[in-house]
Write a protein that binds this ligand. Structure first.
Ligand code: PHE
Length: 337
């Protein structure tokens, strides 16, 4: 080979290389092209290198430098293209449209909270605000202030969970009546949702902890007519305008007279239309007002207490109350919107 021939072989390779390198579309094709251009054992540059030996001695040095410069230039182009292809490969795998989507999960409101929210909404329209009280109570707020006689059976160990040091876990939300009346002068209209505790077995219909909602209205001139009208209105808003309600005489130490409210509903459980008890209620006993420091000659009031857990069970057809405490996603997710 003459020096001229050597020159033209080198420049032909230098001229071809950029287009060839630009044309490879993936890393596999890039590897093949690199072998074809600058591969160690074969490839166009290797051919050029081995042709060096056939050149006249005085030309070899210049020819060697030319061959080297060509090699360096081609390797630079190859490396640039390799980096481009590697970057593109990464982008493609991240936005791969055939990749399965990551499963999305939305939290849901617990059925008991759904019922509490709905009930609160109805009473909010009637001017009731939300009041809260502590779950660890004193005997006085839970019993004495609510006119329980000292020997009332509910105060015995089998019903009430007592705390070390004399307190107890409230057995109902009624102590919030006292706490509210001590803090705010009438007129008072409050709704007090919260958890209560009783020494009960944990079975399909009982749990040692459950939710209650207390309602209380105290003002001048409040009568049983206010109680009846408000609770009937509530039942119709919650269960449907056509539903009938009935008030049955009952007894609570902190109300006089006292009643249970039933609503006539078909719960869709195959048992048809029937009366379902939804709450206890009554006119606030004068001695309850007095223990909270309210003048019972001037003010009267009414109160109710209901169990949103029971209401959720009947509304959503939940036969066993324990699933409401299990945090089982298969149950809870049925309430996700
Ligand atoms: N505190 C009563 C209970 O837990 C319910 C109730 C509240 C009844 C207010 C009348 C008035 O059973």
């Amino acid at each position: 080979m003459t020096l001229e021939e050597f020159h033209s072989t080198c420049s032909a390779l230098a001229a071809d290389a950029p287009a060839l390198i630009a044309a490879v579309a993936d890393l596999g094709a890039w590897g093949d092209l690199r072998n074809a251009l600058v591969g160690r054992t074969s490839g166009r540059l290797t051919d050029i290198m081995s042709a060096l030996g056939s050149l006249p001695k005085e030309d070899r040095r210049a020819a060697g430098q030319l061959a080297n410069a060509t090699k360096v230039a081609i390797e630079e182009l190859l490396e640039k293209r390799r980096a481009e292809l590697a970057g593109a490969a990464k982008t493609i795998s991240l936005s791969d449209p055939t990749m399965p989507a990551r499963e999305s999960w939305r939290g849901s409101v617990h059925p008991v909270s759904l019922v509490i929210d709905e009930i609160s909404g109805i009473f909010r329209e009637l001017g009731f605000s939300i009041a809260l009280g502590p779950e660890a109570e004193t005997e006085w707020y839970n019993f004495q202030a609510l006119n329980f006689p000292a020997d009332h059976p509910a105060m015995e160990l089998h019903d009430t969970l007592y705390l070390e040091g004399g307190g107890l876990l409230r057995t109902h939300t009624s102590p919030v009546q006292i706490r509210t009346l001590q803090k705010y002068p009438p007129p008072v209209r409050i709704l007090a949702p919260g958890n209560v505790y009783r020494r009960d077995f944990f079975d399909a219909t009982h749990s040692p902890m459950f939710a209650q909602i207390e309602g209380l209205a105290v003002d001048e001139g409040i009568s049983f007519a206010d109680l009846k009208a408000t609770l009937t209105h509530f039942a119709k808003r919650f269960y449907g305008a056509s539903k009938r309600t009935r008030f049955r005489p009952s007894f609570f130490p902190f109300t006089e007279p006292s009643a249970e409210v039933d609503v006539e509903v078909d719960l869709g459980d195959g048992r048809g239309l029937r009366w379902v008890e939804i709450m206890g209620c009554g006119l606030v006993h004068p001695s309850v007002l007095e223990s909270a420091g309210v003048d019972s000659e001037k003010y009267t009031g009414w109160a109710f207490g209901m169990g949103p857990g029971r209401i959720a069970q009947s509304r959503y057809g939940i036969p066993d109350c324990r699933v409401m405490f299990d945090s089982d996603m298969r149950f809870l997710q049925q309430f996700a919107k």
